[in-house]
Design a protein around this ligand. Sequence first.
Ligand SMILES: [Zn+2]
Ligand SMILES: [Zn+2]
Length: 120
Amino acid sequence: MNPVFVCGRRAFVPPSFLTVRLRVETTLVRCELAEHPPFQPHFAYAADRPDALPEAVWAVWSDRDPTVRFHVLADCDTGNGQEGAEEHYCTLFEAHPAPCSWAMICLHREVDALMAEFER
Ligand SMILES: [Zn+2]
Ligand SMILES: [Zn+2]
């Protein structure tokens, strides 16, 4: 099976009343979907919902329309069916395009993990 890579396309979140209201604290987001055709929108996790609701704020934009919009979407939470340390749950939103997050390779995350090793 060929590895599936995360799209990783970046977008800057403009400071606005909306981002404050939604408690979006980041200014740079990265698409967390698997690599996809350019006409499909990019989705990036932006903030948690208060009150532990099973949903999150997602930043959505596209190559054609780079304006970042926000959607509140339910969590996916699909498990990979493994047990113990190999057990992972999807960090994407409900009804996202396949595959789930645990089935993808995120180069940014790999690099971060590698850097953390070096900094020990
Ligand atoms: Zn994308
Ligand atoms: Zn999923």
